[in-house]
Design a protein around this ligand. Structure first.
Ligand code: SAM
Ligand code: SF4
Length: 344
């Protein structure tokens, strides 16, 4: 488990600060919250077929605890919230979580990452609750391949969910595609073509080594740099455009309504501009996806901790963030079995 390095104490000046920042001058404004661990799919790069050792409900943060954390985080300069999981649409109070976050002073936008299976049922309520952005994950447009990668059926339902999200005009609709050699490298153009008519961003994400079966080691890794080179060979007219800080390279084809982004999730060449804080479903703060070091917020919440104590733990966690994800990985062994426990 968590063997590592000492905690570097926060200097008084940093304790007094109202912003979350670290020793390298990075300021953190984006909180990703995993609201659960369970999922209705079993993507091969995320979970084994039998699932992982899911924690019991009482170990996971409650709706009330999540709302409280959002409130305290907003006083620390967090302005963007993303709900993820597990599958966040399986959470019985996801609409209320979104609505409360939207109404929290200081929160400027609330987003959600979902596999889309339950989107048809929930999209309208989420839109009404004020959800700004929705990222829908599917790695293929082929039904048989969908079953291979997720071990379940459901692509047509996911695509209907996407269509509904577009119809409801969520301000920010994205499609998350984990790019894998020998699996979907022949579908790049099909995904790019989604941006011809639709104002959405297709994000090709590098495969990361976050599953206990290490699918990552089976030759499927497709590096961002190679992806960009293949994309620009297929579409020589692609033009670089501005995207969010987590998007390595964003392009648009002239005349197409949407955008294409490439996310170097494994290559980690965006760490110097990182703005993210992560909260696991069981209430631990992670200052980096690749760090095994976690900070127990649940303990504070369940021992009558004050808002000040919650804020100070956020500050300490972020102050201790290492220079980049490579350094964080070098410092120890991952103890979580799956991305579903961290939230991606
Ligand atoms: N269940 C939701 C979904 O799939 O969108 C939210 C949670 S999922 C862990 C968040 C994102 O992480 C998804 O876009 C998923 O494709 C991505 N992901 C999961 N495991 C990954 C891996 N090993 N490498 C790269 N991306 C991964
Ligand atoms: Fe579920 Fe998302 Fe993991 Fe797939 S990536 S198994 S949809 S949590």
């Amino acid at each position: 488990m968590q063997t590592i390095t000492e905690t570097i104490p926060l200097p008084n000046s940093a304790l007094r600060e109202s912003l979350l920042h670290d020793r390298f001058g990075r300021v953190f404004s984006y909180l990703r919250i995993a609201v659960n661990e369970r999922c209705n799919l079993r993507c091969i790069y995320c979970m084994p077929p039998e699932g992982v050792d899911f924690q019991s409900k009482k170990e996971l943060l409650t709706t009330r605890e999540i709302n409280r954390i959002v409130g305290v985080a907003s006083t620390l300069g967090i302005s963007k919230i993303r709900f993820t999981g597990g599958e966040p649409l399986l959470h019985p109070h996801i609409v209320s979580l979104v609505g409360t976050a939207v109404k929290t002073p200081g929160i400027e936008s609330v987003h959600l990452t979902t596999n889309g299976l339950l989107l048809r049922e929930t999209a309208e309520a989420l839109r009404q609750a004020g959800l700004h952005g929705i990222n829908i994950s599917f790695d293929t447009l082929d039904n048989t391949k969908f079953k291979t990668i997720t071990r379940k059926e459901g692509l047509p339902v996911v695509l209907e969910g996407l269509e509904l999200a577009l119809m409801l005009e969520f301000p920010d609709v994205k499609v998350n595609v984990v790019a894998m050699r020998g699996f979907n490298d022949d579908e790049i153009t099909d995904f790019v073509e989604l941006t011809r008519e639709h104002p959405l961003t297709v994000r090709f994400i590098e495969l990361m080594p976050f599953d206990s079966h290490q699918i990552w080691k089976t030759g499927k890794f497709y590096q961002a740099e190679h992806l960009i080179s293949d994309l620009t060979t297929l579409y020589p007219d692609l033009t670089p455009v501005n995207g969010s800080s987590t998007e390595h390279c964003v392009f648009q084809h002239p005349g197409y309504r949407g955008k294409i982004a490439v996310i170097p999730a494994y290559s980690r060449n965006l760490c110097s501009g990182c703005t993210r804080v992560r909260l696991t479903a069981d209430g631990y703060i992670r200052n980096c996806l690749y760090s095994h070091r976690e900070y127990n917020l649940r303990e504070i919440l369940r021992n009558d901790g004050t808002d000040r104590e919650i804020a100070d733990l956020f500050k300490t966690a972020m102050w201790n963030k290492l220079a980049d994800g490579w350094e964080a990985q070098r410092r120890g062994e991952e103890h979580r079995e799956s991305m579903t426990q961290i939230g991606g």
